[in-house]
Design a protein around this ligand. Structure first.
Ligand code: SAM
Length: 329
């Protein structure tokens, strides 16, 4: 087992396979003027395989592929086939916006992918277009249906935004009535790629819960799985569950078991830090596995206590302003 300096196990890596995305969700990326990384700045599949194999040998057993949109990376399925075969990797999860995903669902099921997180902030086609600045709602719905049909564990992630999708909260929850899926509501974070900071957040996790409780007075608390970032709830008569993620309030840092590899191959030991190790540079300068292991262990042994400490220790850009698409949401 791998532990950080605060005694928290580290067994989960989230890897952004690209910074490119085929949507332009207003809370994540600016509409114009995005400078994507040149392809040579992304980790190659061989580098990713080497890194995941090394992390697995150190105690990491769970991988999530994210981005950007993972399915815009060419031959993503090839990478998925490679990762599921790495000894020590028990669970591979994928976070996707679902636009290009539906043709791959059958193979994801066959490969034993553990779950898919589908980002979906609204069930209204027009509103989807205004939030994402792309008219592809039907493609996402197709992916949703395919995932349900193939019985892959599914979590819907919806960012809660004042004046945008509050009246989607109940319709999204209603999806859990017939299907054993999780619908998770996320506090909006300042990672929008534009530098707008939110000194106070209107839709905090407590306000989201109050709103849901008013609509579903019989809502009840469910035990949260270990290391979960989400507070889980059930509603009588619903097959699925509700989750609320205090992503901006940062209430879950005490049990955080995850690290991130950014699209440019940097290590983040906290979502709110600004990168603690340039893994890609080390690899390309010829570092041995032993040298990489030592550098990773050093980074894990100086991990900030929580997202507030990580934010304060940033060398650049305070407050945070990167896009979740480069960090790997
Ligand atoms: N393209 C994939 C997708 O849409 O799921 C993976 C990457 S996306 C950055 C991952 C998640 O980050 C999405 O659920 C998205 O809603 C969330 N996200 C992006 N920017 C955010 C922000 N400013 N606040 C909260 N969540 C955000």
């Amino acid at each position: 087992m791998l532990f950080d300096n605060h005694g928290r196990p580290i067994n989960y890596v989230r890897l952004a396979v690209t910074d490119r995305c085929n949507l332009r969700c207003f809370y994540c990326m600016p509409e114009e003027g995005i400078r994507y990384l040149p392809n040579k700045e992304l980790l190659t599949f061989e580098e990713i395989e080497r890194l995941i194999t090394l992390l697995a040998s150190m105690g990491v057993s769970k991988v999530r592929l994210t981005g950007g949109e993972p399915f815009v990376r060419n031959d993503l399925m090839e990478l998925i086939r490679t990762i599921v075969a790495i000894p020590g990797i028990d669970d591979l999860h994928i976070t996707t916006n679902g636009v290009l995903t539906s043709p791959h669902i059958a193979e994801l099921k066959a490969l034993g992918v553990a779950s898919v997180n589908l980002s979906l902030d609204t069930l209204h086609k027009d509103r989807f277009k205004s939030i994402t600045r792309r008219d592809v709602f039907d493609d996402v719905v197709k992916t949703y249906s395919e995932i349900i049909d193939h019985q892959i564990p599914l979590k819907i992630n919806a960012v809660v935004m004042e004046g945008k999708n509050i009246d989607d909260i109940v319709p999204l929850i209603e999806l859990t009535k017939r299907n054993p899926i999780a619908v998770r509501f996320i506090e909006e974070m300042p990672f929008n790629g534009e530098g707008n900071h939110y000194p106070t957040l209107h839709w905090t996790y407590t306000k989201i819960l109050e709103y849901i409780t008013e609509c579903y007075p019989n809502i009840y608390k469910i035990q949260d799985p270990e290391n979960s970032t989400s507070y889980h709830y059930g509603i009588p008569g619903h097959r699925g569950k509700i989750g609320i993620i205090a992503a901006f309030s940062r209430t879950f840092c005490g049990s955080c078991n995850r690290i991130r590899i950014t699209a440019q191959g940097g290590l983040k030991t906290c979502l709110y830090d600004d990168g603690v190790l340039d893994i890609k540079a080390m690899m390309r300068q010829g570092a041995t596995n032993e040298e990489l292991t030592q550098a990773l262990l050093k980074a894990f042994s100086t991990r900030p206590l929580d997202g507030f400490e990580a934010e304060q220790k940033r060398k650049d850009h305070l407050p945070v302003h990167e896009s979740m698409s480069t960090i790997g949401g």
